[in-house]
Design a binder for this molecule. Sequence first.
Ligand code: FAD
Length: 693
Amino acid sequence: AQLDTLDLVVLAVLLLGTIAYFTKGTYWAVAKDPYGNSLAHANGAAKKGKSRNIIEKLEESGKNCVVFYGSQTGTAEDYASRLAKEGQSRFGLKTMVADLEDYDYENLDTFPSDKVAFFVLATYGEGEPTDNAVDFYEFVHAEDPSFSGEGDGEKPLSNFKFVAFGLGNNTYEHYNSMVRNVNKAFEALGATRIGAAGEGDDGAGTMEEDFLAWKEPMWTALAESMGLEEREAVYEPVFDVVERPDLDPEEDQVYLGEPNKNHLEGTSKGPYNANNPYIAPIAESREIFTVKDRNCLHMEIDLSGSNLSYTTGDHVAVWPTNAGKEVDRFLTITGLAPKRHTVISVKGLDPTAKVPFPSPTTYDAAVRYHMEVCAPVSRQFVSTIAQFSPNDEIKAEMTRIGNDKDYFHEIVIERSLNIAQLLEIMSNGEPWSKVPFSLFIEGIHKIQPRYYSISSSSLVQKDKVSVTAVVESTHKPNAPHIVKGVTTNYLLALKQKQYGDPDPDPHGLNYALNGPRNKYDGIHVPVHIRHSNFKLPSDPSKPVIMVGPGTGVAPFRGFVQERAAQARAGEKVGKTVLFFGCRRRTEDFLYEKEWEQWKQDLGDSFELHTAFSREGPNKVYVQHKLQENAKEINELLQQKAYFYVCGDAANMAREVNSLLGKIIAEQRGLPESKGEDVVKAMRAANQYQEDVW
Ligand code: FAD
């Protein structure tokens, strides 16, 4: 009898899925008139000003290759730029890079056969497109005949040539689903893929090597298909960097780190989003670990008056600033330190090249606020920069590192070097003054906001988001230094400033906490909000099970805070079960007092199960606690409990996923594979939700 409810849930999910499967295609086919009227579309887009017509754009700018990217954290965008660059320098392709969000796709059926489109597509979270690829993906998905049920009809993309590379993480169930689905749809529509559809795996830590290994045979296939001849690659700068002695850095039009014009003019206004941060006051901050050698920050960021809103379970994005110590290191080793405050104008030498920061600016501001100079270095970048080495000996060594995967690993990866540290070591401190600044802009990622799962409830504190962040500080055995996380150490310094710490900078990192032109003075930090699908059931009487070890507990602090408030308000609140794990009760038990307080509001409906990994002779993790409570978990799931996992994607989330399958199978007397199917069905029905990183 225990099986009945579950079977019904599974059946209902399958049925809903089937209905969605059949209706979506027909709906789109009728509503969209796919490929029916591309000319009308093209004209319509052109009228809006900036053309969203990629074919027109290619023809206007004399290009025969567009490299589209769907990127969340900047890696796909970086790979796209590198492919465009390489296509141009090695094969004479006329390339441009394009954000998927900036174009329409209705006219791909008229894409000329002598041109090619690349798609570099990251898969995000549970098989989702990145934010900038949502519209593109919906369009392609809806056109896919195998999806819309249209079968063997016309092949509208039979002239269309494409190249595809995906960025994914094999610890997720829908590994590289973006590139796989887009590839499948394009092929079903008659398009010709050149080379293999590459897949990079962040889970195995082989992304860069997967990319490098994929692109060589792809270039050979592309050269053959388009009749291209390889030539000796000559470096051609993408950007024109002009020093402006006529401009004083303090002049009004010079960007000293302001993210856009409104911020520069001091008239920053909403809507605040991924292109326009809100400079938010930090209302309160405190340390929540009780050990000396590790830090975890709790911060309250005030959104009032910004028009930014959030709901419990969303993410806040923090825009970091590089540490002064690293900015100095970079400017010194590149020989730019003496002119760090010289004003520069940066322009794309080609109209399709997008400068990744506003200009005119200064070397100092570009490096401090816009370039990810602390990140790991790519092997390809080492190869490219080798030609600008201070002397031939260094050049030979850099070339070797760039060409030899294992040697690169030994010299760069195992020592956790960033670009400036590598250059310092290679030249023994002699400045690398021959490297064009354009090459650094091209080769170093644009700095990325970091996301944090909001640890407060929007019901309780509508205008204030809480952040729970562990300060990153890692030391590999062979590394000459400790790697300090960019954003979390910046936040740590802000916290120390807020406390009026007389020594606000224990690591000598020296952040410019006041921001450009003192605009962040008084403890401010640039942020925006990213909405997520990680949500409590709208009915508070539904039971929930939450698994969040370490900072994975962040969103669950918000969930429990919300349910405690609902209980106080007299609402009926369902079972609220939290599994939390950390090292020791006395070191890093996050929010210990707050759970006790909320327990008073929630009474027996709140249960907290703790796992302390370093207290006893054996390590205890949340997984052990789940197993111990298998019976209750199963019963709650049969009452349609929602199951949530947050935190470490690589190990914990994956293990919890398979453990839950096992628990269900054991408790219900099913074979293990059936338990897994139940978890899959729960995911499909949004009854199993993950917020992992
Ligand atoms: P970074 O500078 O980005 O460094 C990160 C790590 O990369 C370092 O620890 C180091 O191991 C490695 N690294 C950096 N540079 C090098 C180098 N040169 N060589 C070798 N290795 C290097 N975190 C939380 O604490 N709380 C949360 O609630 C939270 N929620 C998140 C939600 C989402 C959706 C996502 C995607 C992430 C979340 N994170 C959360 C993680 C957070 O976004 C940051 O990744 C984290 O705080 C580290 O940022 P950082 O800038 O301090 O470190």
